[in-house]
Design a binder for this molecule. Structure first.
Ligand code: HEC
Length: 151
């Protein structure tokens, strides 16, 4: 008698397991929508976010420019006063840059650093190295913002 009950229970259990295994999954009530964010710069962060401005429009930094001026050896040839070393003293260079050509001061200074042979300051030879032409844009901006302070 006991064995029959046990057998019955096992049979029920077996059937229950089978039915559990073959159970058709019920689809979830709310389908998951996939909306990928396009990998375009700036699109993710609102323009007024400070995190964004750090990445894209970092303000130029005259202190970093001063360090670059020393580390890149500009000071070997340029005083920051009026004294001539090998190149002209750079006091007031941002102001006088406007009178050097019909470019803006920024453009003239960019050219002077990247392509020094393009415009030779009167009385000076073409002695400035051309190696600064591959300076990163941000370094160039920092240097120019530093030169701007030499008034
Ligand atoms: C080996 C010497 C030498 C080094 C190093 C040098 N320069 Fe010059 N630089 C000159 C000479 C010489 C001139 C003038 C001739 C000319 O216009 O290219 C000049 C001209 C300039 C001018 C134009 C000045 C004016 O009155 O119009 C700027 C600006 C300038 N240099 C910036 C720099 C900066 C910034 C660095 C470093 C990244 C640098 N120079 C490194 C020699 C040098």
């Amino acid at each position: 008698m006991n064995q029959k009950v046990l057998l019955l229970f096992s049979a029920c259990f077996f059937i229950w397991v089978l039915s559990a295994c073959t159970e058709v999954p019920v689809p979830t009530a709310t389908p998951v929508t996939f909306s990928p964010t396009p990998a375009v710069k700036d699109s993710r962060v609102p323009s007024n976010s400070s995190a964004n401005s750090v990445v894209t429009t970092r303000a130029s930094d005259p202190t970093s420019g001063e360090n670059l001026f020393i580390n890149l050896g500009c000071n070997a040839c340029h005083s920051i006063g009026e004294d001539k070393i090998i190149g002209p003293g750079l006091k007031g260079v941002f102001e006088r840059a406007q009178t050097r050509s019909n470019m803006s001061s920024e453009d003239y200074l960019t050219q002077s650093i990247k392509y020094p042979g393009e415009y030779l300051v009167e009385g000076y030879d073409n002695l400035m190295p051309t190696t600064y032409s591959d300076l990163p844009e941000s370094d160039l901006k920092d240097i120019i913002s530093y030169l701007k302070t030499l008034d």
